[in-house]
Design a protein around this ligand. Structure first.
Ligand code: ATP
Length: 260
């Protein structure tokens, strides 16, 4: 057993990404050399028992999965399912973002994204669609949400779920070091997303508070879906394969993502 083994994930211990393993599985494509010795690194005891992460065995395990969800798609649902089962979460807060500071484009109205998020995740047990970031005035920062959840759930371990593309930019996040003190970062590989050398620097600073989720990469993005819909392909089978049915119906009913 070692990093990447399902049991490690079930126990919820954080460890460093084993890049060789994921590259071999075709999930993460990483340079074989020049990665600062990160590949095949065995977790040290300090990584397995970090302080300040609230990893009380008796405490609840709470997942936090934020996103624009513009619209929510099947990879989002699969990622949530994977996190719920692999991490044995007691609850997963799915949190549509308010004004996302890191999204360059303006998002669809929050009420539409919230409604679609509720529809997308309605069949998943232990999912709470949490509208706190939409209700919050001003820019949305993950650290604020995590601190609020920590205060509401004393003794809980917080697991912050994200795709590899988000993780690559993690050091640009507001107060990212504070995030690491209170949450374990759980990363899903993203299809067509390759790691590049610069991103490896991040990992040296993460001090083991990360783990990877064993989800096969899915070539789905909200951008691609918006483009298909704007191109008038809303009835196309390709869309049906990418979106949960109730979300596709909502989009059609509300005429979202039409070319203006
Ligand atoms: P966009 O294309 O508009 O940037 P998106 O498809 O990345 O949108 P978001 O709502 O921005 O969707 O993503 C929310 C979270 O889900 C992010 O952490 C993102 O990395 C993750 N995610 C989205 N799509 C995938 C996917 N296909 N595989 C793994 N993670 C994903």
């Amino acid at each position: 057993m070692g990093p990447g083994h399902a049991l490690w994930l079930a126990i919820g211990w954080p460890y460093r990404i084993d890049f060789d393993e994921h590259a071999a599985a075709g999930q993460l494509v990483v340079p074989a050399a020049g990665a600062g010795g990160l590949a095949r690194r065995t977790p040290d005891p300090g990584i397995l028992a970090p302080t300040g992460l609230g990893l009380s065995p008796a405490g609840k395990k709470i997942g936090v999965f934020g996103g624009a969800f513009d619209p929510p798609h099947k990879a989002h649902v699969t990622l949530a399912q994977t996190a719920l089962s692999e991490l044995a979460l007691d609850a997963l807060h799915v949190i549509p973002t308010g004004q996302a500071w890191h999204k360059a484009r303006s998002l669809s109205p929050a009420e539409n994204r919230l409604a679609m998020t509720r529809l997308a995740f309605q069949d998943l047990p232990r999912v709470v669609v949490d509208d706190r970031e939409i209700r919050r005035a001003g820019p949305t920062f993950t650290i604020d949400t995590l601190q609020a959840l920590q205060a509401e759930n004393a003794g809980a371990a917080l697991y912050l779920i994200m795709g590899a593309d988000q993780f690559a930019a993690f050091r640009q996040w507001h107060q990212w070091r504070e995030i690491l003190k209170i949450a374990i970062i759980c990363i899903a590989a993203r299809a067509r997303f390759n790691w590049v050398d610069g991103e490896f620097d991040t990992l040296n600073e993460l001090q083991g508070s990360i783990l990877t989720l064993q989800m096969p990469p899915m070539a789905v993005s909200a951008t691609q879906i918006r483009q298909l819909l704007a191109g008038g392909l809303g009835e196309n089978q390709a869309i049906a394969d990418l979106l949960p049915n109730p979300v596709a119906s909502y989009i059609a009913q509300h005429q979202l993502y039409k070319a203006s």
